[in-house]
Write a protein that binds this ligand. Structure first.
Ligand code: SF4
Length: 391
């Protein structure tokens, strides 16, 4: 039993490592589904959840993948009933990632019944040829149909994931996708530039010279996204994330739009979280863990009654604070000095003064009496800026 004085962990992530087929650009851990292995995975996941349940009081829950919506009704029921039995339902934000091809009215109803209140839909593009190019299993029509179905089921917090700088995507195609996606009226929008990861078909095509990367076009697409999303009433709160409803209530230290993804904000703010499922990472009281990225092995370990952790890492405090600083810079609000100090016990103004001044000098950042944040230009180079904070 956990010491009753220990503060429980409030953030919980589940990785569902199955997809109907592999997308051309994807380097996440996932594999084509098979009924029997999924059943075995569900039992193992519940076992893992039982092991950590005592240390959890989730305010945010996120099922990501892979394709969580690929699990069938029966499998979802088993997981959600286990969560209920372990007293883990009732989170303020409970997200499930869905592929537009695998949303059904029955699943949507089941999700609602167990307190899922946010769905994140992997749309990527609304251009049929590009969906094909990416190896996605859904069509444009499925996006519109699933969106309506989720609304009818009562979901009032929906995210759409889009992708830009896809090979073959022109500015006009991107604009059309953006406009149609914005017209749907979701509460949240995430949009990422294509990344060429080793060992993906898209990377192999790039290596083979089948297309070139056009950085200027990618920049123009990013700028257009900011303009159009802002005009449509979204507030950008992170490099690639936009949400509706500018909050009138300021949180103690910084402002977030009402529909910002609290689960992800916890990551960017260096908060603790449990990560369950194959390949999932966790971060609990300064210790980072990573589960085995192998579903078979994951199940075997849990069937023997212990967690399937491949590695533990406890960073020295300054190194940990540097990483926390770097992550938090992804947020448009940056880091309020006091909040950073509360989170890490270090003072940004002492440890990173030279780095902050250098970034401000380049026009990439602004320093105020209360905090430090990247400018719009700086956000575009956030990875390079973040590196300067690592120790
Ligand atoms: S659906 Fe998502 S996780 Fe699955 S292969 Fe495609 S990009 Fe990867």
């Amino acid at each position: 039993m956990l010491d009753s004085k220990v503060t429980r962990i409030t953030s919980l992530y589940f990785h569902v490592p199955f997809c109907a087929q592999k997308c051309a650009y994807c380097a996440f851990y996932s594999e084509p589904s098979s009924g029997e292995l999924i059943n075995r995975y569900v039992a193992a996941l519940i076992r893992e959840l039982e092991i950590v349940a005592d240390d959890l009081r989730p305010h945010t829950i996120f099922f990501g993948g892979g394709t969580p919506s690929l699990l069938n009704l029966r499998q979802w029921e088993q997981i959600l009933q286990a969560m209920e039995r372990l007293n883990l339902l009732g989170a303020e934000e409970f997200t499930v990632e869905c592929n537009p091809a695998t949303v059904s009215a029955d699943k949507a109803r089941l999700f609602r019944d167990f307190g899922v209140n946010r769905v994140s839909m992997g749309v990527q593009s609304l251009d049929e040829a590009l969906l094909d190019r990416l190896g996605r299993i859904h069509s444009r029509a499925m996006v519109f149909k699933s969106f309506d179905l989720l609304r009818q089921a009562g979901f009032d917090n929906l995210n759409l994931d889009l992708m830009f700088a896809i090979p073959g995507q022109t500015q006009a195609i991107w604009r059309a996708t953006l406009d149609e996606a914005l017209a749907l009226g979701s509460e949240h929008l995430s949009s990422y530039e294509v990344i060429y990861e080793d060992d993906t078909p898209l990377f192999a095509q790039l290596q083979a010279g089948e297309f070139d990367v056009d950085e200027d076009l990618a920049c123009a697409m990013y700028e257009e996204m900011i303009e159009r999303a802002t005009t449509a009433g979204f507030q950008q709160y992170e490099i690639a994330n936009f949400a509706r409803n500018r909050s009138e209530l300021r949180t103690p230290d910084f402002e977030l739009p009402r529909f910002a993804c609290r689960h992800n904000v916890n990551y960017w703010r260096g908060g603790s979280f449990y990560g369950l499922g194959p390949s999932a990472t966790g971060y609990v009281r300064g210790v980072r863990t990573k589960n085995w990225a192998n579903t078979q092995l994951y199940c075997e370990q849990l069937e023997k009654g212990h967690r399937a952790i491949e590695s533990h890492e406890e960073l020295p405090p300054l190194k940990r604070a540097g990483e926390t600083a770097a992550f938090g810079l992804r947020l448009v609000a940056g880091w309020p000095f006091e909040e950073f100090q509360r989170t890490t016990s270090f003072d940004l103004r002492r440890e990173w003064s030279a780095d902050m001044n250098q970034l401000a000098g380049r026009g990439w950042a602004e320093i105020s009496p209360d905090g430090f944040h990247l400018t719009r230009q700086g956000l575009r180079f956030a990875d390079a800026a973040a590196e300067m904070f690592l120790r």
